[in-house]
Design a binder for this molecule. Sequence first.
Ligand code: ZN
Length: 418
Amino acid sequence: MHLRYSYRLYPTVGQRQALARTFGCARVVYNDALALRKAAWKADRSRIPTGALAKAVITDAKKTDARSWLGSVSVDALQSSIRDLDTAYRNFFDSLSGKRAGRPVGPPVFKSRKDGRQSLRFSRNGFRLRSNGKLNLAKIGDVRVKWSRALPADPSSVTIVLDPCGRYHASFVVDVEPGHLPEVEAEVGIDLGLTTYAVMSDGTVIDNPRFLRKAEKKLKAAQRALSRKAKGSRNRAKARRKVARAHAKVADTRKDWMHKQTTRIIRENQAVYLEDLNVHGLARTRLAKSVHDAGWSAFRRLLTEKAARYGRHVGVIGRYEPTSQVCSTCGVLDGPKPLNVRTWTCGACGTSHDRDLNAARNILAAGRADRLNACGGPVSPGVAIPRRARPVETGTHRNAGRTGRKPRAAGAAGIPAL
Ligand SMILES: [Zn+2]
């Protein structure tokens, strides 16, 4: 499996200038190639082969006065730029034809000098790892690297990224064999939310750290300072970097926290089950900022990646499982509960439930049933969740905030809501 390993780079002033030149050239080559492909498509619906494209925008362009400076940077970085355009087109076409799952991907767009994040890639021919720990980049030199951890194997490519706060990173792609953690018995269902970040079926509660909310005051001050600076001034550029640094700090803290949480969950459990939340739908409601701050998509992606890497299982149960309406003790569908109902007592068996813990237990049961089904084994008869019932609570499901539909009465549970 391919993994990315990222390290901070400390280029010298001269190396920064060389990198800036290479970022610029890679961007120009990308834009030139994109313009040619667009023109060819418009003219006669044809596609220029990658080799011919590279010849036109690199080899031949170098000989013209307008593009002669392309000769001063690594040709490997320029070729990678064209391959990146190819990938962008392939993703777009695969998305159109339905070959690519997930959200639709748009066609490639032109890159701008003003983009906050600049990047370029070197293939195996464009970089070398020196025995003194430095990273040699073609036509840039030996760059100092902070090796925060060891590379597990020889990298196949490296991407150099300059972020909006002026930091340089090297991101290596490494092919590693997935390892296996020693097997454990525990399996867990996780109910994600905004009040508490996660409640797990074993009773563990992860508080919502709300990194963005906590930093909001500082961010607003930085943003205000920026808006007062004259356009095009040096002070404005400085203020912009300050805003970028404040945002980066929130993002970094969140990322670090998320890595710690997901690593612990994967280490302690053989299987992890989650609910499929409509994050993109929720992000359009008034909960948007909190939803983005929670970063559920990243949380799920990290869990999935780590599970694949360490031989664990992550199961995602359907978006319409009524996980907060069913009693996890006796399996009776007790009807919808508005979000402000934090605890309730089952009318059938009399168990009193914490809303989120009950949901987490239902997610665990539904996930186990799905997994057994997929393996062709018998479905656990323990907790049967009626599949036809649809959730109608507001908050974490698709219809929340969009249709404004009121929760139905318990008696109408048999009628599908969607
Ligand atoms: Zn019950």
